[in-house]
Design a protein around this ligand. Structure first.
Ligand code: IMP
Length: 429
């Protein structure tokens, strides 16, 4: 297998976990390169459901799993997740889990600030996961973050904490909140050191050694392109770059060691949290998609907003990632519909657009131009062979390929990993 990056091409929750799991069987190392425990990847293996948030999905299969420097790590959440995995029989050791010592820590003050900022924003809130992701990245960029490796150097840690609190206490004062209890924070950091230091390594070096040994790497994207801090529906986005280019930056692996990018989409669209969503459905069809697709957040349980497939948005996403091949998930959820719509363009103030504009008002007011395709009205659940799909389902997929200018390599017809149609050789270069 070649070294592959897997990214989401919509607003997240596309089903990347299943594709990563399929591929991780063939890969030697699975790497997270951005985000944190705001992600929620569900894997179903032999009827057992595993939900990972911060840990790379490869951990479930005992693969070397790397949390790269681009990730923000909440040590307490990491411990909880490791305990949950242990209860399901997943063994995690310093041989299987490697955490970059350059990764930024999420502290309780970040989680608090995430919630306070959302409350203060009122109607303008982003609808974050409340995990402290944004505030931790803000500290990283502002050069006051505490990083995993800092926990090993006790003599400089307190000065780092003082510097961090200088900013946070001033901010909290302005927001009418009590100052951070420094002694309490030092205790948390002590605990964090015990949890995380056994796994802390210069991950770039570990990965270099793996590459030299001819091992194959799988980069597991979290969130998705429309939540990317640059290319997404800003400001309704996450605080990291989620696109494939980040795989190199967020892991310390040179770009030339990455061979291929695979994009994952649902056969329709969903979004959690606030922000524009041109093809959103507010009617019984939207409810039917939500019910059939069990569209509720893996992590937060929030109902997801549902709508038709937006080929304009996805085509844009595929371009900025350099996606070579596509996985289409949850095809079976569309089985029930008489007609299926696909957005093929937008209209704004009487003008036609073939891309999604960047201005907030424009993003909220574009009208999708739909193409209507006939539904297949029969079950595709569990089909593993393209030729066995109803003809109209085949046509739907072929039309998506045309609109997206990208070939489809995987079609998923149930949560079970075996219920996947594989076309061509997506594992090769
Ligand atoms: P944050 O990442 O918690 O700051 O949230 C920012 C936005 O990204 C919100 O709209 C979240 O709902 C969304 N988001 C973050 N992580 C995920 C994910 O893994 N799947 C889907 N949406 C996500």
């Amino acid at each position: 297998m070649s070294n592959i990056v897997i990214i989401g091409a919509q607003w997240g929750d596309e089903g990347k976990g299943k594709i990563v799991d399929l591929m991780s069987e063939k890969a030697d190392v699975v790497i997270r390169f951005q985000g944190g425990n705001n992600a929620g990847h569900t894997l179903v293996i032999d009827g057992v459901t595993y939900k990972v948030a911060l840990l790379p999905s490869g951990i479930v299969r005992g693969k070397m799993s790397v949390i790269g420097n681009g990730v923000v790590v909440d040590p307490l959440a990491l411990r909880e997740e490791m305990d949950r995995m242990a209860a399901l029989g997943v063994k995690i050791t310093p041989d299987t889990l490697k955490v970059s010592e350059l990764a930024t820590l999420i502290l309780p003050l970040h989680r608090e600030l995430d919630k306070m900022s959302e409350e203060a924003a009122g109607k303008g809130k982003i609808g974050t996961t409340g995990r402290g992701i944004g505030p931790a990245y803000q500290d990283k960029v502002a050069r006051r973050a505490i990083r995993v490796g800092d926990l090993a150097e006790k003599e400089t840690l307190e000065a780092k904490v003082d510097n961090l609190l200088l900013f946070h206490n001033a901010l909290r004062k302005g927001m009418g909140q009590p100052a951070v209890d420094k002694a309490e924070l030092m205790k948390t950091l002590d605990e964090a050191a015990k949890i995380i230091l056994p796994f802390a390594v210069p991950a770039w070096k570990v990965l270099d050694e793996q590459i030299k040994a001819g091992k194959t790497l799988l980069f597991e994207g979290a969130q998705a392109t429309m939540l990317d801090n640059d290319f997404g529906t800003y400001p309704f986005v996450t605080s990291s770059n989620t696109i494939a280019g980040q795989a190199a930056v967020g892991s310390g692996v040179g770009m030339r060691s990455i061979d291929k990018v695979i994009g994952v989409v649902k056969a329709y669209t969903t979004r959690v949290g606030a922000g524009p969503f041109p093809t959103e459905l507010f009617d019984a069809t939207g409810d039917a998609i939500r019910d059939a697709g069990h569209e509720y957040g893996t992590n937060t349980g929030r109902p997801r907003r549902c709508g038709w497939f937006d080929a304009v948005l996805v085509r844009q996403a595929l371009k900025v990632n350099g996606v070579q091949s596509l996985a289409v998930m949850k095809l079976d959820i569309l089985d029930q519909f008489d007609e299926i719509k696909v957005c093929v363009g937008y209209e704004l103030d009487g003008k036609k657009l073939d891309y999604y504009p960047m201005q907030m008002n424009a993003q909220a007011s574009v009208k999708p131009v739909y193409e209507t395709l006939p539904g297949w009205k029969s079950s595709t659940y569990g089909i593993r062979d393209f030729a066995k799909l109803p003809e109209k389902a085949q046509s739907y997929l072929r039309r998506l390929e045309e609109l997206l200018e990208t070939e489809i390599s995987f079609i998923s017809t149930s949560p079970e990993r075996e219920d996947t149609i594989v076309l061509g050789n997506p594992y090769g270069k």
